[in-house]
Ligand binder design. Structure first.
Ligand code: NDP
Length: 405
């Protein structure tokens, strides 16, 4: 019987726990552990009530390898799903190596004191995982995660060479709050306040944060102002698909969101440099997180949809070709199914699917450290349709971006 340990009981952790419980023919025994056990217990009670499945819960500080090792030795899972924060990636990979279990996460490592994220730290574990006969699957949420599976699927079935890639991510939902982030506020704000970056002609082009933007027409939603950001999957995609001449990531933001963010930035509330307040060192961004709504509390009255996809241009059989593949996900529907909003859902479902494939499909269980685009995309694409994230595709349509630039 497959046992799985899920670490992190926030918006995403809750969806992963629900979805694993709904597939307990694969995930025979489930434990949800996090820093605050009460959050795990609340999710466990919901799962019991909604799906009639019992899951175990525990308290753990995933920053401490020895503590996680003790928990793993007690529960003896086959793999660990890390949906805590990117800060815990390396300690959790160490704990997996120390106990001989497989690893999966949804966001690449980021040190707490520098707003910088890249795969180098985790790719450095390649040999150790390989030698131990263990697998680490990195960034298996939606973006990163499904966006690379989409790209790998396009590459496999539609192109001899991909040249231009635009990942377009829209959240056209309304949660009724003046300002909130859809996933962990600290990680989200660190991501969007740093300079933007995209890949062009073999090098990274750096731009001022949010300085390139235009309306993009999203299916079923309409045109929404979208901004070029640096997003972590660009790093692995340009490495694994070297024919790409340009790769960009676009995300929508409403004007009210940007105005709030500008004010918070201008007054220093998004800074990660500690300040002394009444004798205690506090990090302004950590304090801001404490006063903002938590992502797992947004679901109840959330309406509208997300739409995330990949638009690609390249050549096949010597002819130019375009391809667009996307998923739309409805906040209210995901809340009804698993009590989570669509951003948590679109992250948690692919994490469950990645774990399911690792446990059941030998092609997807390979020793070493992997990004999702390196494995066969077909079984993953099938499972997206089966587990709540159906996708759509269009071949040779006019794409709303100028190609080439
Ligand atoms: P939340 O802030 O809602 O949840 C994070 C959870 O991790 C909380 O339960 C928190 O505990 C727990 N946690 C934090 N530190 C520790 C620790 N040291 N030990 C144990 N548990 C800890 O975030 P989300 O659920 O929104 O996001 C989870 C992850 O998913 C993040 O890494 C995020 O970057 C990633 N993500 C990936 C996406 C993708 O598409 N790939 C999209 C969205 C998110 P406590 O409750 O005590 O604070």
């Amino acid at each position: 019987m497959n046992k799985v340990l899920i670490i992190g009981a926030g918006g995403v952790g809750s969806v992963v726990a629900h979805k694993c419980a709904m597939n307990n023919d694969v995930f025979g025994e489930i434990m949800l552990a996090s820093r605050t056990k009460a959050k795990c217990d609340k999710i466990a009670a919901e799962i019991r009530e909604m799906h009639g499945v019992e899951i175990k819960t525990a308290q753990v500080d995933a920053d401490i390898v020895a503590e996680t090792v003790i928990l793993i030795k007690q529960f003896q899972p086959k793999m660990l799903i890390n949906v805590a924060l990117p800060y815990q990636d390396l300690t959790l990979m160490e704990a997996c190596l120390a106990t001989g279990i497989h690893y999966l996460d949804t966001a690449n490592y980021e040190p707490k004191d520098v707003a910088k994220f890249e795969y180098s730290w985790q790719w450095a574990y390649q040999e150790r995982f390989k030698e131990a006969g263990l697998m680490a699957l990195l960034g298996c949420g939606f973006d990163p995660g499904v966006t690379q599976v989409f790209t790998a699927y396009a590459n496999k079935h539609y192109f001899d060479e991909m040249h231009y890639l635009d990942i377009i991510d829209c959240n056209a939902g309304d949660h009724g709050k003046a300002f909130a982030t859809n996933f962990n506020p600290e990680i989200n704000i660190r991501e969007i306040t740093q300079p933007g970056r995209y890949w062009e002609n073999g090098e990274w082009v750096e731009i001022e944060a949010m300085s390139i933007h235009k309306p993009i027409d999203y299916p079923g939603i309409g045109p929404k102002e979208s901004y070029v950001l640096y997003h972590e999957e660009l790093e692995s995609l340009v490495k694994h698909f070297p024919t790409l001449k340009r790769a960009r990531f676009w995300m929508t933001f409403g004007q009210a969101y940007i105005t709030h963010l500008n004010v918070l930035e201008n007054v220093g509330m998004t800074s990660i440099a500690p300040i002394n307040f009444k004798g205690i060192d506090i990090v302004p961004l950590e304090f801001l997180k404490a006063v903002l709504p938590a992502p797992d509390t947004l679901g109840e009255n959330y309406s509208g949809q997300t739409s995330i996809g990949c638009q690609i241009k390249g050549i096949q059989n010597g002819e130019e070709k375009t391809y667009y593949v996307w998923n739309n996900c409805d906040h209210a529907e995901t809340y009804r199914e698993v009590r989570g909003q669509a951003v948590s859902y679109t992250t948690g479902v692919p994490a469950m699917i990645g774990a399911m494939l690792m446990l059941t499909n030998p092609e997807w269980m390979q020793p070493g450290v992997w990004n999702t685009e390196q494995l066969n995309p077909d079984p993953f694409m099938e499972k997206l349709n089966e587990h709540g994230l159906p996708w759509h595709e269009k071949v040779n349509v006019e794409l709303p971006h100028e190609y080439p630039a």
